[in-house]
Design a protein around this ligand. Structure first.
Ligand SMILES: Nc1ncnc2c1ncn2[C@@H]1O[C@H](COP(=O)(O)OP(=O)(O)OP(=O)(O)O)[C@@H](O)[C@H]1O
Length: 327
């Protein structure tokens, strides 16, 4: 649905994007992560056709953003970091105004009712946007992105500044929208990305540094391939059997976590996935597995490792490059 090829963007001497490549399949929710100034908004603005690239290309639904900007805009609903709201309009006036501006051809009343129900703004439909809370303003921003029912949604920091309850509500909304839309979502909130996105793209200083599922990123950056498993059964018997399994490099007992239930850290050889064999072994011996999880890195660890160096703004406002001590 979205193809980004060799995309670069320079602002004067500053290289904001450096040869970025990725594609997004129809119906996927992709999380776009990166520290401040990494190039997320620049990428999103180029995909939506609001900014031109210095080189490279973007196609959306087969249309090139440069050759067919209007076709691309029809396919995309965009929620920029600062939603373009008119505070002196009511929600009703604002959505009707944009309905006309975007030349939406769907039945007006029914379409607006559907969008308001989906974003839960029906109750504030006749209120001035200026008097709405931050959370409701964000919902109105999402509602304008949904006008015309575009198949692609680009959401730049949709939950920034919201309280925890509002964050959960918007997150659930995005999750539901993901059933019928292709979504690119940028956020600084890692649990949010993890909860909503099937795939994560991380950019740092204008370069793509990771692309994969949260699990695959966690595994690929872990130094070893460990699983933590909690099993009911005699410790000696269980750990002996675990050590005897094929593809297992080491087994460590982590202690009795519940009466008769021990936890083990099981290290498998590189590129091996012992979970199915573990299940079979446990079933054969009647040792119920009460918990099993990859002991890889958290998304936060992955993010910090991949973005260990970042740009900072010095106190003159000029940007300088800072290398983290670990980098
Ligand atoms: N209009 C502009 N003129 C000059 N430099 C710019 C402009 N817009 C962005 N930049 C620079 O391009 C780089 C990427 O910025 P961008 O806003 O895309 O990052 P971001 O990942 O969205 O950051 P944030 O999370 O802080 O919003 C930064 O170094 C930024 O200072």
């Amino acid at each position: 649905m979205i193809e980004v090829k060799n995309l670069s963007k320079r602002y004067g001497q500053n290289v904001a994007l450096n040869n970025i490549n990725f594609s997004v399949e129809k119906g996927t929710i992709v999380g776009f992560l990166g520290p401040n100034g990494a190039g997320k908004s620049t990428t999103m603005n180029i995909i939506t056709g609001y900014l031109s690239a210095s080189s490279g290309s973007v196609t959306v639904g087969g249309y090139n953003t440069l050759d067919n900007p209007n076709e691309v805009k029809k396919l995309i609903g965009y929620l920029p970091e600062l939603p373009p709201l008119y505070p002196d309009m009511t929600v009703k006036e604002y959505l009707n105004f944009l309905f006309d501006l975007k030349k939406v051809t769907l039945p007006r009343k029914k379409h607006l009712e559907q969008i308001c129900a989906l974003t839960e703004i029906t109750d504030v439909y006749d209120r001035l946007i200026n008097n709405l809370s931050k959370g409701y303003k964000q919902r109105v921003g999402l509602a304008q992105a949904l006008l015309g029912n575009p198949p692609v949604l680009i959401l730049d920091e949709p939950t920034v500044g919201l309280d925890p309850k509002q964050i959960i509500e918007i997150r659930n909304l995005i999750h539901n929208l993901g059933k019928n839309h292709t979504i690119i979502l940028s956020s600084h909130i890692l649990p949010e990305i993890q909860a909503v996105c099937e795939r994560i793209i991380i950019i740092n200083r204008g370069k793509l540094v990771a692309d994969g599922t949260p699990d695959s990123l966690s595994r690929s950056l872990s130094e070893d391939n460990r699983i933590t498993v909690r099993m009911e059964g005699g410790e000696a018997e269980v750990s002996k059997a675990l050590r005897g399994m094929k593809d297992i490099v080491s087994v460590q007992t982590l202690g009795e976590k519940e009466p008769g239930v021990f936890e083990y850290s099981v290290e498998a050889c590189e590129n091996c996935d012992p979970r199915r064999d573990l299940f079979r072994l446990a079933a054969k011996n009647n040792w119920p597995i009460l918990e099993m999880k990859n002991a890889g890195l958290s998304l936060e660890d992955v993010f910090l490792r991949l973005t260990a160096s970042a740009y900072i703004e010095d106190n003159t406002g000029k940007e300088t490059e800072k290398e983290d001590e670990e980098a």
